[in-house]
Design a protein around this ligand. Structure first.
Ligand code: ASP
Ligand code: MG
Length: 424
């Protein structure tokens, strides 16, 4: 068995879906994991936001636009007006949720998951039907049932042991040799739908690879492979042929948009190689990520945007902030704050964290616990692995730099973002 994962950009239109078919070719014994088409998840987040604000009209307009977008892809694939039963049923359910759902703020995350999960449910339904239509018998797998997650919404982790028998039951002994499952979603023990965090489809695919004992996993992307930097930010980016798991985890954690940071563990645990391959050209080798790799001989630059810098100090100016670390971090964990860099001095603890809905709540809670908290928004975190004097000069100095942390190989810089507005 191999696992193939296709991201939203790859299946954003009918040509993308046709290309997916081409990539599959004669390959069988495949488990395919697919994301929502194009920017569907963003649109569904707006449906959720509409519901949250009580703006049902706005939410329903977003749903209507999504319906039209998917209908155009279906009509193109089937060469004429076509309705797919399961897709229609999902849209009807989504519409009903947006029109009639009784939203409660204390269940915000439950509602978020319920709504955004439709993106993958719909994309996989279209793709599964299309593969069948094109002569590739396959089985649509409902990952809400196959993957059991923890009882936590919006950013749930998969329970591998609980999921294994369920996912295997979906696959083993079936006549089909191609399976199509949703990335990004699962089901909590209480039966509600959960999601695994934005861009979580890679993680779903890795979990499937682990459980099914796959020989390899491939992520088909709109880049040639893993680059040493984001070419949109750093020109002269070059491709890296091989990476090991450890470096990849570090890179993903630093914000490299290679793959979701949780992806590596399930692969590493079963020693499954991960190929990052260009969706546009099946002949190109891409990048392979595995246990052992050739050393990387170019510096790697990663910019993580949408950061907030918190500086925390105990109000009585006590010198022993360390004693309070446990309290601070358990509070941050409660609000699911993702800490990317930690810097401490005698009386200060500075944290570079992902901006999220919950930052203000966490700051309020910290203040309640007796801390002074200073919050600086619109920051970014730059990580340079294998830095040189020249790169140090270029990035680690200057007035925008608030914190720099250097080891022998890596320098990490918290700096003010340049652009006035960060986009997600
Ligand atoms: N569709 C989800 C997202 O856009 C998951 C994914 O693409 O991996 O975040
Ligand atoms: Mg996506």
């Amino acid at each position: 068995m191999k696992v193939y994962k296709f991201g939203g950009a790859s299946v954003r239109n009918a040509d993308g879906v046709r290309n997916l078919l081409k990539i599959i070719g004669d390959e069988r014994d495949l488990f395919i994991v697919v994301s929502a088409m194009g920017k569907t998840t963003n649109a569904l987040e707006r449906v959720f936001a509409g519901l949250q604000r009580g703006d049902r009209t706005g939410a329903l307009e977003e749903v209507a636009a999504l319906r039209a977008y998917h209908a155009a892809i279906v009509d193109d694939l089937w060469h004429g007006p076509t309705q797919l039963e399961r897709v229609e049923a999902f849209f009807a359910e989504l519409e009903q949720t947006a029109a009639e759902g009784v939203y409660r703020e204390e269940d915000a995350e439950l509602w978020y998951d319920r709504i955004v999960a439709f993106g993958e449910l719909i994309s996989t339904s279209i793709i599964s039907e299309y593969l069948a239509y094109a002569g590739v018998p396959n089985r649509w797998v409902d990952m809400r049932r196959a993957l059991v997650t923890e009882q936590r919404h919006k950013d749930a982790e998969v329970d591998l042991a609980a999921s294994a028998p369920r996912l295997r039951a979906e696959v083993e002994g079936r006549p089909e040799r191609v399976f199509v499952g949703q990335g990004f979603i699962g089901g909590a023990p209480d039966g509600t739908t959960t999601t695994l965090g934005r861009e979580g489809s890679d993680y779903s695919a890795a979990v499937a690879a682990n459980i099914l004992g796959a020989e390899s996993m491939a992520v088909w992307k709109d880049v040639d492979g893993v680059l040493n930097a984001d070419p949109k930010i750093f020109p002269d980016a070059v491709q890296i042929a091989e990476l090991n798991y450890l470096d990849t985890i570090e890179l993903a954690y630093s914000g490299a948009q290679i793959i979701h940071p949780r992806t590596i563990k399930p692969l590493q645990n079963s020693n499954i190689p991960l190929y990052v391959r260009p969706f546009g050209d099946k002949r190109k080798p891409g990048t392979v990520i595995r246990g052992v790799s050739a050393p990387v001989d170019v510096p790697i630059l990663i910019l993580k945007k949408d950061q907030v810098l918190l500086t925390i100090r105990s109000r009585d100016f006590s010198f022993v902030l360390e004693e309070k670390f446990a309290a601070i971090f358990s509070l941050l964990e409660r609000y699911r704050i993702k800490t990317n860099l930690i810097h401490n001095s005698a009386v200060n603890l500075s944290l570079c964290i992902d901006d999220s809905w919950h930052v203000d709540q966490a700051v309020a809670a910290l203040r309640e616990e007796g801390f002074d908290v200073m919050k600086i928004e619109r920051m970014e975190l730059l990580t340079v692995r294998g830095y040189t004097d020249e790169l140090w000069q270029r990035y680690a100095s200057g007035s925008r730099v608030f914190i720099r942390q250097a080891t022998q190989s890596t320098v990490r810089i918290v700096r003010k973002a340049e652009a006035p507005e960060q986009s997600k």
